[in-house]
Design a protein around this ligand. Structure first.
Ligand code: Z5A
Length: 200
């Protein structure tokens, strides 16, 4: 099973991913936790380039780098782990590309879907949790750290990203479960675990 965790910065997806991993391990299941971009030596180097570089980057370069990092992760980690029957939990996946590069950067979403298919070789998440918060909450939760290149993109960009995630969730309700993540951590995780139990 392949489960992804999505939402804008500070929505709490990493916190919830860790809670799901704990829960699944307590049930005796084999769990692999990953993040995008990242998860292999090359993908982590691409992550550094994408997030830490202060240099201006063309939107197409950015998109192709996210897809390149994904292709590596699929080939080196996700495909082998899925053959072993592990439950794979991934912090962001291709919905982030549609939301950030498609809606945020206003790039063509059909082109992005094609690149997503090429990079993943057709692998899709079985289930996606989308943690919905407002831009204000996102900013409050991210306020005590230095902004990286993507996080410095400005309010209009992030409002479009939120709109993108909302649309993706509405388009695929059977895969994407939208969770109100503006509540206490424990209330959010109660909902997530409840949804997970239904599927398991
Ligand atoms: N990106 C892209 O553009 N295209 C792509 O294809 C992909 C990614 C794959 C990766 O960043 C960046 O790359 C991201 C999208 C882009 N950038 N932007 N902008 P990332 O995923 O590594 O980091 P992030 O998105 O900025 O997430 P984050 O900082 O790790 O935040 P989070 O995972 O959503 O939240 P968290 O770490 O669980 O929590 C953040 C803080 O809030 C922390 O102090 C928690 O204790 C607190 N928290 C969490 N939940 C709650 C609740 N419920 N109440 C109160 N406080 C909470």
């Amino acid at each position: 099973m392949f489960i992804t965790f999505e939402g804008i910065d500070g929505c709490g997806k990493t916190t919830q991913l860790n809670k799901v991993a704990e829960f699944l391990k307590s049930q005796g299941r084999k769990v692999l936790t990953l993040r995008e971009p990242g998860g292999t030596e090359i993908s982590e180097k691409i992550r550094e380039l994408l997030l830490q570089s202060k240099k201006e980057m063309h939107s197409m370069t950015e998109l192709l780098l996210f897809e390149a990092a994904r292709a590596e992760l699929i080939d080196k980690v996700i495909r082998p782990a899925s053959k072993e029957g592990e439950i794979i939990l991934c912090d962001r996946f291709y919905d982030s590309t549609l939301a950030y590069q498609g809606f945020g950067r206003e790039m063509n979403t059909d082109d992005i879907r094609l690149l997503n298919r090429l990079a993943t070789g057709g692998i899709k998440p079985d289930l996606t949790f989308y943690f919905h918060v407002s831009l204000n909450i996102s900013k409050q939760r991210s306020s005590n750290r230095n902004l990286d290149r993507m996080e410095s993109a400005g309010d209009d960009f992030f409002l479009r990203v939120i709109e993108g995630f909302n649309k993706l969730a509405a388009d695929e309700p059977e895969r994407v479960i939208k969770i109100d993540a503006s509540r206490e951590i424990s209330d959010v995780s109660d909902d997530v675990i409840c949804e997970l139990k239904k599927i398991l």
